[in-house]
Design a protein around this ligand. Sequence first.
Ligand code: PRP
Length: 181
Amino acid sequence: MTDLHPDIERILISEEDIQKRVTELAVEIDRDYRNEDLVVLIGILKGAFIFTADLSRKMSVPHTVDFMSISSYGDQAVFDGAVRLIMDLRKPIIDQHVIVVEDIVDTGHTMNYLYQTLKGRNPASLKTCTLFKKERNNLDVPLDYVGFDLPDVWVVGYGLDYADTHRTLPYIAELKKEVYT
Ligand code: PRP
């Protein structure tokens, strides 16, 4: 086994388990949308860029991929209560079957904001997909596809970061507490 980065406490979910679960989610989505002509996946940057790419490549139903960029945390890892739209979609989603793809739902603020914003654009349907979910969230929208529940520790890897680092780890790992406290 290769040495872990000194910031990492332990691996929580292996690369193999992540890939297996992403495949299962793709199969579920393929089944649910088998009668539709086209699905629009909306990946939420930055965190969901890896999950969106992997999910898209494992899906068989016809789909396009678009991105939005949202930020709720600064580099100091302090939540200031605001969800900001940094970059919008390239195309309108009116009358389209849309799935929002997130890497993680933590407090739920981002997904609540996304759901309300996208619903207001009158898609034919709107579903939510997140690979990881923490328990302490304050969600008032449904989560239709969920990969894994995570404990309330700082996690990095597979798109998730600490101050923009560790996103490219192929697994999900717990960050050492002394790194972020
Ligand atoms: C992370 C993650 C989600 C959001 C979830 O994004 O990618 O979008 O936080 O948190 P919430 O449920 O508490 O709203 P972040 O703002 O860290 O930006 P990033 O994706 O660019 O890393």
